[in-house]
Ligand binder design. Structure first.
Ligand SMILES: NC(=O)c1ccc[n+]([C@@H]2O[C@H](COP(=O)([O-])OP(=O)(O)OC[C@H]3O[C@@H](n4cnc5c(N)ncnc54)[C@H](O)[C@@H]3O)[C@@H](O)[C@H]2O)c1
Ligand SMILES: [Zn+2]
Length: 399
C-alpha cells in the first residue's frame, strides 16, 4: 500500500472597486477591470441585468451597449444585455440559472469570456451559480446594486439557488473575477431595499467593530431618512469587514462548521422560507439578530441594556423586530422555528454552531440552543412589538 498527500495552494486576487456611474462612457473602471489580465485583445461579455434595476434606471441597458461600443477594441457584447426578473423568484429552482447556461452555449461563451451580473443579491447569486457550473466556471464580474449586495453578498465568494423549499440548497464557493460597487445604484432603491442591507452592517459591527457600531448608533435615524453619503459609508465599512473575514479567517470556503459571521442567520433563513420570501433577507436578519440578542440575555450571556442598545439601532434604522412567522407551526404541531434550528444543524454537517453575543465586539460560538429559551426569546420580541405571546401550554417541544 502507498499513500501520498499532494497539496495545492490557490491564491485569488479579487478587486473590489468603488465608483460612481460605472457604465458612463467617460468612466474606464469597468473596461480596466475586464482587461486587467489580458490587455490588447477583445473580451467577449454576456451581460445580465436585474429587471428592478433596469426599471429604476430606464437608460441602463442602452448605456451598457453604448459603453461596450465606446471601448470596442477591448469589449464585445455577445448579445444585447439580458434582463431577468429581480428578487428572490429568480433564484427559486433552476430555471433561470439554466437559461443563463443555455445562453453560454448559444453564444459560445468560454472560460476566457465573461458573464457580467448587474443586480441585487438574488440575481447575483443565480447568475454566479450559472457561471460556476457552465464549463466548470466562467469568469464573473459582479456589479451589485443594493445595500445588501454591495455590503455583503455581492462581494462574497458564495453563489446559490433555492431548491426543495430550502434557501441556498444548490450552490458553489467561487470567487468573482472582480466586483464594482457603484454608489449611484443606491440612490434608486426603495426605502425598503435601501434599509435591508443595513442589518448586515449592524451584525458585522457588533461582532467585529465597536467603533462602527457607535457610528451606526449615531447615524441610524439619518440612514433611515435616506442620507446617501452616510449610506455609502455604512455599505463600504460593512463590505470591508466582510471581506476581512473572508480573506483573513483561514476558511473562505467554509470547510469547517464554524460560521462566525452568521449571527442571527439560523432564524433568518427559516423565516425567509416560512414567509415564502415575502420578507427580505436583510429584514429577516434584523429579526434573527433581535431573537438571538434576547436569547443571549435569557441564557445569561449578555446584559439587557446592551441588547436593548442594539435593538434600538435596528429600530431606528426602520426595521420591524417581530414577524408572525416566528410562531408558526408545522402540520405536526412542531414550532417551525425549532425545525429551522435542526435544518441549520443539518446544513452545517451535524454539529450546531451558533454565534451569540457577550458584549459589543465580543461574539462567541455556542453548540446548543435550549428550546424553552428560544420560545421565551420569541415572547420577548412579541412583547416589545405589542403582540400577544403564543400560548405557553403547547411549549413542550425540545431539540
Ligand atoms: N452569496 C452570499 O454570500 C449571500 C449573502 C447574503 C445574502 N445573499 C442573498 O442575497 C439575496 C438578497 O439580496 P438583496 O437584498 O440585494 O435583494 P434582492 O436581490 O432580492 O433585490 C430586492 C429588490 O430590489 C430590486 N433592485 C435591485 N437593485 C435595485 C436598484 N438599484 N434600484 C431599484 N431596485 C433595485 C430587485 O429587482 C428586487 O426587486 C437573498 O437571496 C440572499 O440569500 C447571498
Ligand atoms: Zn446574510
Amino acid at each position: 500500500m502507498s499513500e501520498r498527500h499532494y497539496s495545492v495552494d490557490l491564491k485569488f486576487d479579487i478587486p473590489v472597486v468603488v465608483t460612481a456611474g460605472v457604465f458612463e462612457t467617460a468612466n474606464p473602471v469597468f473596461r480596466n477591470l475586464i482587461t486587467r489580465r489580458g490587455a490588447g485583445r477583445c473580451h467577449r461579455l454576456l451581460v445580465v441585468v436585474d429587471q428592478g434595476v433596469a426599471t429604476a434606471q430606464p437608460g441602463l441597458v442602452a448605456a451598457i451597449t453604448t459603453y461596450a461600443r465606446t471601448y470596442a477594441d477591448s469589449l464585445a457584447l455577445v448579445c444585447p444585455p439580458v434582463v431577468v426578473p429581480g428578487g428572490e423568484d429568480v433564484k427559486q429552482g433552476l430555471d433561470h440559472a439554466l437559461q443563463i447556461v443555455s445562453l453560454v452555449n448559444d453564444y459560445g461563451i468560454d472560460r476566457q469570456s465573461f458573464i457580467v451580473a448587474v443586480g441585487g443579491g438574488a440575481v447575483l447569486d443565480m447568475v454566479s451559480f450559472a457561471a460556476a457550473i457552465a464549463h466548470r466556471g466562467v469568469r464573473v464580474v459582479r456589479v451589485p446594486t443594493t445595500t445588501l449586495a454591495q455590503g455583503d453578498s455581492g462581494i462574497a465568494v458564495k453563489n446559490s439557488v433555492n431548491l426543495f423549499g430550502k434557501k441556498n440548497f444548490a450552490g458553489t464557493f467561487t470567487p468573482p473575477f472582480g466586483v464594482i460597487n457603484d454608489v449611484k445604484f443606491l440612490s434608486m432603491l426603495s426605502a425598503r431595499d435601501r434599509r435591508s442591507g443595513l442589518s448586515e452592517a449592524v451584525k458585522v459591527a457588533v461582532l467585529r467593530d465597536p467603533a462602527f457600531f457607535a457610528w451606526l448608533e449615531q447615524h441610524a435615524t439619518s440612514l433611515d431618512a435616506g442620507d446617501l453619503e452616510l449610506l455609502a459609508e455604512a455599505v463600504g465599512r460593512s463590505a470591508t469587514l466582510h471581506l476581512e473575514h473572508i480573506c483573513g479567517s483561514g476558511d473562505p470556503f467554509e470547510f469547517g462548521s464554524a460560521r462566525p459571521l452568521d449571527f442571527g442567520h439560523w432564524a433568518a433563513h427559516k423565516l425567509e422560507a416560512l414567509t415564502d420570501h415575502a420578507i427580505r433577507h436583510g429584514e429577516a436578519v434584523a429579526v434573527g439578530l433581535a431573537l438571538d440578542l434576547c436569547y443571549s440575555v435569557r441564557a445569561g450571556f449578555l446584559a439587557q441594556d446592551v441588547a436593548d442598545r442594539v435593538m434600538q439601532v435596528l429600530t431606528n434604522l426602520g426595521f420591524v423586530l417581530y414577524d408572525e412567522g416566528l410562531t408558526s407551526r408545522t402540520v405536526g404541531g412542531e414550532w417551525s422555528l425549532l425545525e429551522g434550528l435542526r435544518e441549520f444543524r443539518e446544513h452545517l454537517g451535524g454539529d450546531l454552531h451558533i454565534t451569540l453575543l457577550r458584549d459589543i465586539g465580543d461574539g462567541f460560538e455556542t453548540h446548543e440552543m435550549h428550546s424553552p429559551l428560544v420560545l421565551a426569546a420569541i415572547d420577548d420580541l412579541a412583547a416589545r412589538a405589542g403582540q400577544a405571546p403564543a400560548p405557553v401550554a403547547v411549549r413542550s417541544s425540545g431539540l
